[in-house]
Design a protein around this ligand. Structure first.
Ligand SMILES: NCc1[nH]cc(CCC(=O)O)c1CC(=O)O
Length: 315
C-alpha cells in the first residue's frame, strides 16, 4: 500500500478542487488495481499571507505555488494540485506537470448587486477586480465604469460586494462552479469581450520528475484537449514573459478539424492591453503545434507593440 501525500492551499476553493482531484485519483487506483491511500497536507503560501495588497504590487511570480513546490522537492508531499492560472511559466528543476485534467468553464463572470449583464450596470458603476487583465477589457468596453481593487479568497470577495458598496465584482466562473456557488453568477462574460487568463479553469497536478509511480498514475488522468489548449496559451504567455499580474489574456480550443500532420487543430486568441483599456492588442491564429502557435501569436502581438504596453505596466 503506497501512501500518497497531496499538498494543497487551504482556501475553500483549493480544498474543494484538491478533494475532487483526490476522488478521481482514488477511482483511477481502484479501476487499475493500484493500492494507494491518500493524505492531504495544507500549505500556506505567500499569496495567502498577503491579502491586503494588490497582487501586481506584491510582485514576483508563483506567489501561490512556491512553498508547495518546496514541499514537493523536500519529499514532504508527493503531488500538488494548483489552479493552472497561478502557475509560473517555468517549473523548478526536479518538478514536472504530471497531469492537466479536463478544464472547467474558462470564462469570467459578473456577480452583480442588480441586473443580469454588463449592460445593466448604471453609468459610473463601481466594479471590483484586482486583475489588470479584467480591468483592461472591462474598461475597453465600458470606459465609464469605476474599477476598484478587491482581493482575498472567493468567499471574502463575495462578502465585499455587500460591505464595500460594489455594484459588481468579477470572478472566474470555474472557481464558483467548483465550490458550488454557481447561483451567485449574474452573467458570463463572452471571451470576445473578456479573454480569460492563461490556463483559467484548468488545474495543474505537479509532481517530482523522478517518481514513476506517481507519473504513471497521473498519466491516466491527463485530458488531451485541455493539455494541448493550455500548452498553447502558456507558450504565448511565456514568450511575453507575463505572470498573472499583467494585462494578458488568452484562450485556446480545439476546432474539431485535423491538420495536415494528423494532429488536432487548435485556435488560439490572445490579448495584451493597457490597464485603462484605452489600448487593446488582440489576434487569433490556428495551428497544430501548441508551442509554435503560442510563440507565433506572441510574435504577432509584439510586432503590434505589445512589449511597449507591458513595459509600461511593469515599471
Ligand atoms: N487568481 C486567483 C484564482 N486562481 C484560480 C481561480 C479560480 C479559477 C480557475 O481555476 O481558473 C482564482 C479565482 C478567480 O480568479 O476568480
Amino acid at each position: 500500500m503506497r501512501k500518497i501525500v497531496v499538498g494543497t492551499r487551504q482556501s475553500a476553493l483549493a480544498l474543494t478542487q484538491t478533494g475532487q482531484v483526490v476522488e478521481h485519483l482514488r477511482k483511477l487506483c481502484e479501476d487499475n488495481g493500484i493500492e494507494a491511500e491518500f493524505e492531504l497536507k495544507k500549505i500556506v503560501t505567500k499569496g495567502d499571507r498577503i491579502l491586503d495588497v494588490t497582487l501586481s504590487k506584491v510582485g514576483g511570480k508563483g506567489l501561490f505555488v512556491k512553498e508547495i513546490e518546496q514541499a514537493l522537492l523536500d519529499g514532504d508531499i508527493d503531488l500538488a494540485v494548483h489552479s493552472m492560472k497561478d502557475m509560473p511559466f517555468e517549473l523548478p528543476p526536479g518538478l514536472t506537470v504530471g497531469a492537466v485534467p479536463e478544464r472547467e468553464d474558462p470564462r469570467d463572470c459578473l456577480i452583480m448587486r442588480d441586473g443580469y449583464g454588463i449592460d445593466d450596470l448604471p453609468k459610473g458603476a463601481k466594479v471590483g477586480t484586482s486583475s489588470l487583465r479584467r480591468a483592461s477589457q472591462l474598461q475597453h468596453y465600458r470606459p465609464d465604469l469605476k474599477i476598484e481593487p478587491v482581493r482575498g479568497n472567493i468567499d471574502s470577495r463575495l462578502r465585499k460586494l455587500e460591505t464595500e458598496g460594489f455594484d459588481a465584482i468579477l470572478l472566474a466562473g470555474a472557481g464558483l462552479h467548483r465550490i458550488g456557488w454557481s447561483d451567485r453568477i449574474s452573467a458570463y462574460l463572452d471571451p470576445e469581450l473578456c479573454l480569460p487568463a492563461v490556463g483559467q479553469g484548468a488545474l495543474c497536478i505537479e509532481c517530482r520528475d523522478n517518481d514513476p509511480f506517481i507519473l504513471d498514475l497521473l498519466a491516466k488522468y491527463r485530458h488531451e484537449a485541455t493539455t494541448v489548449a493550455v500548452a498553447a496559451e502558456r507558450s504565448f504567455l511565456g514568450k511575453l514573459n507575463g505572470g498573472c499580474q499583467v494585462p494578458i489574456g488568452a484562450y485556446a480550443k480545439l476546432t474539431g478539424e485535423t491538420g495536415r500532420d494528423g494532429r488536432p487543430q487548435i485556435e488560439l486568441t490572445g490579448m495584451v492591453g493597457s490597464p485603462d483599456g484605452a489600448k487593446i492588442l488582440k489576434d487569433t491564429q490556428r495551428g497544430t503545434d501548441p508551442e509554435a502557435l503560442g510563440l507565433g501569436l506572441a510574435e504577432s502581438l509584439l510586432a503590434k507593440g505589445a512589449a511597449e504596453l507591458l513595459a509600461a505596466v511593469q515599471e
